[in-house]
Design a protein around this ligand. Structure first.
Ligand code: SF4
Ligand code: SF4
Length: 456
């Protein structure tokens, strides 16, 4: 190894000792990380300065709890190697969680459905005093809602997280009232969870939601004491968040306002739409930079989502130290948007929507496909082209840019591994119920396969 370069481990140790470099937050802190390859060499970003702390909001309805407006989503932790099956990189996770705590982040969100995340989160957090952090986890009873299995899942969460109580416990991903009843009411689970709340094993009980406006209204009318609710919210979904398996109206503004009217603190998920709003087209990037020169596209999206006063915590699923640092910077210099800023963002949403986009967040709940289709991979190719305003239209062959767009699309599509593209889909529908974004995956596969054929 080059003598002048630190090993990754050395860099991490240097950072910890310097408590340092990073707690002191000097811009020098990034140097050893960059040298060790923990931070990219070639991309500049604004690093948090000395002593920067993310802002908190306090919640009287939650016993006056002070919660960081930025929460760490623990679904996309770094891995050792590529691919979904690669093991999580515990050393890197420890480093990220230490840094997060040092900079005031105290809300950590995980779930049994996120693979090995609960265990890794528990291992990293349990190196710190329990009073310094809040754990949010969920009941991901998608495939087995039988009471015994649900109780076992809850017990495993406590064990994996190395704790005797959960601060924020969510019924995971409710899609409709029927779904709610089937998974949490008819099986007798809710009384059990409420009993856990009485005992203090669950401190606060809420749910995460991926359904229609009408379903939310019905859920909120039921006599349950929901202490917080997690919804998807970002500037693109604010006015219109079409559900893939239903024509019922849904938009983040209505969902948020229903919760605000009831005084229920709101946790935000997908503020960057699974990363898509961090990687917007160059045209959109330029428009965002014109108005918000101090913020990255991700910072703009996070600020939009965190501006409403009823937002308790905005979750960002960070996969590396750089994303964490950028987010800490955004939330330690947090300036809520004005009404004029929000109006500007609606114009940005219109531009974004002008290019069809499949709302895949790359969560991979739909995988594996029994026929080997790389579902998120296929959608990533399609979305990458549409986000860059490069989607070729086979009916617009006279368009001057058609040839270039066609060539680029087919080049990217060819990067998918053999037999994993949309042509392998046999429309079996096995993936349909697993997608929280309600994407009609088989229909979209057919649409993309037809596009590829039409491009010739
Ligand atoms: S519908 Fe297509 S993509 Fe979905 S599981 Fe079946 S073969 Fe795979
Ligand atoms: S298609 Fe749905 S379930 Fe699959 S990765 Fe995308 S958002 Fe997740």
């Amino acid at each position: 190894m080059d003598k002048n370069k630190m090993s990754r481990r050395e860099a991490i140790r240097a950072m910890m000792l310097a408590g340092a470099g990073l707690a002191a937050g000097s811009s020098l802190a990034a140097a050893p990380l960059r040298a060790a390859g923990v931070l990219p060499q070639n991309r500049k970003f604004t690093e948090p300065a000395k002593g920067d702390q993310v802002i908190h909001r306090t919640w009287p309805s939650l016993g006056g709890e002070s919660i960081s407006l930025l929460g760490m989503g623990c679904m996309r932790f770094p891995r050792k190697g590529t691919g979904r099956r690669a093991p999580l990189d515990q050393e890197a996770i420890n480093q990220m969680i230490d840094y997060a705590l040092e900079h005031g982040i105290n809300y950590f969100d995980t779930a049994p459905a996120y693979g090995d995340s609960e265990r890794a989160t528990g291992e990293a957090l349990s190196r710190h005093p329990r009073k310094d952090y809040l754990i949010a986890t969920k009941l991901s009873n998608f495939t087995n809602a039988e009471l015994g299995a649900c109780k076992e899942m809850f017990a495993n969460s406590l064990k994996n997280l190395r704790t005797t109580y959960v601060d924020y416990f969510l019924l995971h991903s409710i899609g409709s009232v029927e779904d709610f009843k089937k998974r949490f009411v008819d099986n007798g689970l809710l009384p059990y969870l409420q009993e856990q709340r009485k005992k203090g094993v669950i401190r606060h009980l809420g749910f995460s939601f991926h359904g229609s406006n009408a379903a939310m209204k019905e859920l909120l009318a039921m006599p349950y004491n929901w202490e917080f609710v997690q919804i998807q919210m970002n500037y693109v979904d604010w006015k219109n968040m079409p559900l893939e398996d239903s024509d019922e109206p849904c938009d983040a503004e209505t969902l948020y306002k229903m919760l605000e009217a009831k005084g229920i603190p709101v946790v935000i998920m997908e503020p960057i739409r699974g990363g898509a709003l961090a990687n917007v087209s160059d045209g959109l990037k330029g428009k965002l930079a014109e108005r918000f020169p101090q913020l990255s596209p991700a910072g703009v999206a996070l600020t939009f989502a965190s501006t409403p006063k009823g937002v308790m915590c905005t979750l960002s699923g960070m996969s590396n130290m750089q994303q964490l640092m950028e987010n800490v910077y955004t939330f330690s210099h947090f300036k809520p948007f004005t009404e004029a800023d929000n109006a500007y963002m609606m114009e940005m949403a219109r531009l974004y929507n002008g290019n069809p986009h499949i709302p895949c967040t790359a969560c991979r709940y739909c995988m594996p496909c029994p026929r080997g289709v790389d579902i998120p991979g296929v959608f990533a190719v399609y979305n990458g082209m549409s986000d860059a305003l490069m989607l070729p239209d086979p009916n617009g062959k006279k368009d001057k840019a058609y040839k270039e767009k066609r060539k680029e699309f087919l080049k990217r599509y060819a990067t998918l591994a053999k037999d994993t593209d949309a042509s392998a889909c046999v429309m079996c529908n096995a993936c349909l119920p697993k997608c929280p974004q309600r994407i009609r995956i088989p229909d979209q596969m057919r649409m993309i396969h037809k596009l590829v054929k039409d491009l010739g």
